[in-house]
Design a protein around this ligand. Structure first.
Ligand code: PLP
Length: 355
């Protein structure tokens, strides 16, 4: 979802932005008006996430998956190695891409999800000990704090002697994050930032001097930084919409306020699942995602009926990812509490009617 308020503003300004008589899509990205928009968006994001001055904020192309490649090409030149922690579908996709670019030998993998009483649970590794025990040096450790497909979220901080790179595509601005603990945070835009296509990389300055692999200039963090993210034409309309989302977030009281609502939304939904034997969720309470609530119907033969009736109630895209099946409610920042309340009401009624 995008906030309705944001789309209404975009609609009202569509053909006449900033009193210029043209759309923001039609002006040059190098015009002083667009450059001002871009600068303000960066400032707002810096403020929302409390990003320290020694980090670059890069607005790039290609979504989250482009960053899977970018971190490898920007940091693993000169036979560099990296450690990837696996917690679900997205971290596995990042590993696959990293191996494709850097080669199998450059990437070490470590699974961090265990089953505890048949529930998935994240166990963070002691990386300091690993460093002391082994000869391996990693340029970075990569992990994914929120796995949308598996409904798993990692709230604990990862302690690492190596720089931490995090795929925050579905975590960014959903709750407060201490940016200074990370070397790189990246995110595709389409969850909590704006429309798809745009991606954001927040890169600590010292990371820019690591040896690079040969890569396309549009993927190069240093070139993006030197050119204020305008080495080539950026996705300007997505950037504009992101700028409106940042303003909207500030108006909501910033990330700390939105985080409270997000927690409330998630608790309400998990409560409904736990209270009703008709539904189940396979993740321990401490790792349940606040953005993507996965659940199964105890009787999966009712899945189709559930989805169809939900849709009739205006409750859309509840089908779980094809790999895991079941249901998934994605409740990103723009989803209001009322949306979750409506879902809970429907789930209770459906359970009652079919028990
Ligand atoms: C949604 C998501 C992505 C998406 O990548 P795109 O290339 O933008 O489709 C990547 N990682 C995570 C953790 C996500 O939630």
């Amino acid at each position: 979802m995008l906030p309705t308020e944001v789309m209404a503003i975009a609609q009202s300004e569509l053909v006449n932005w900033n009193g210029m008589g043209v759309s923001v899509m039609e002006i040059s990205h190098r015009s002083k008006e667009f450059v001002a928009l871009a600068k303000q968006a960066e400032l707002d994001l810096r403020q929302l996430m409390n990003i320290p001055d020694n980090y670059k904020v890069l607005f790039m192309h290609g979504g989250g998956r482009a960053q899977f490649t970018n971190v490898v090409t920007n940091f693993l030149g000169d036979n560099g190695r990296a450690l990837y922690l696996t917690s679900g579908q997205w971290s596995r996709s990042a590993i696959k891409e990293a191996k494709l670019i850097a080669g199998e030998d450059a990437i070490d993998e470590m699974n961090i999800v265990e089953k505890d009483d048949d529930k998935s649970k994240v166990v963070l590794p002691d990386l300091e000990q690993l460093k002391q025990a082994g000869q391996k040096q990693y340029r970075y450790v990569h992990y994914c704090p929120n796995e949308t497909v598996d409904g798993i979220e990692i709230f604990d901080e990862l302690n690492s002697p190596w720089p931490v790179v995090a795929d925050m595509s579905s975590t960014i601005m959903s709750r407060e994050i201490d940016v200074s603990r990370y070397a790189v945070i990246y995110a595709g835009a389409q969850k909590n930032i704006g429309p798809s296509g745009l991606s954001i990389a927040i890169v600590r300055d010292d990371m820019l001097s690591l040896p690079k692999l040969t890569q396309s200039s549009v993927m190069d963090y240093s070139i993006a930084a030197q050119n204020d993210s305008m080495f080539n034409t950026p996705p300007t309309y997505a950037w504009y919409l992101a700028s409106l989302v940042f303003k909207w977030l500030k108006k909501q009281g910033g990330v700390s306020q939105v985080a409270k609502v997000n927690q409330q939304k998630a608790e309400l939904l998990y409560q409904c699942i736990d209270d009703n034997p008709f539904y189940k969720n396979g993740v321990v309470a401490s790792n349940r995602s606040r953005m993507n609530v996965t659940f199964q119907l105890a009787d999966s033969s009712l899945d189709q009926a559930f989805l169809q009736q939900a849709e009739e109630h205006g409750l859309l895209t509840l089908k779980g990812h094809r790999i895991v099946g079941g249901m998934r409610a994605s409740i990103y920042n723009a989803m209001p509490l009322e949306g979750v309340q409506a879902l809970v009401k429907f789930m209770q009624a459906f359970a009652k009617a079919n028990s």
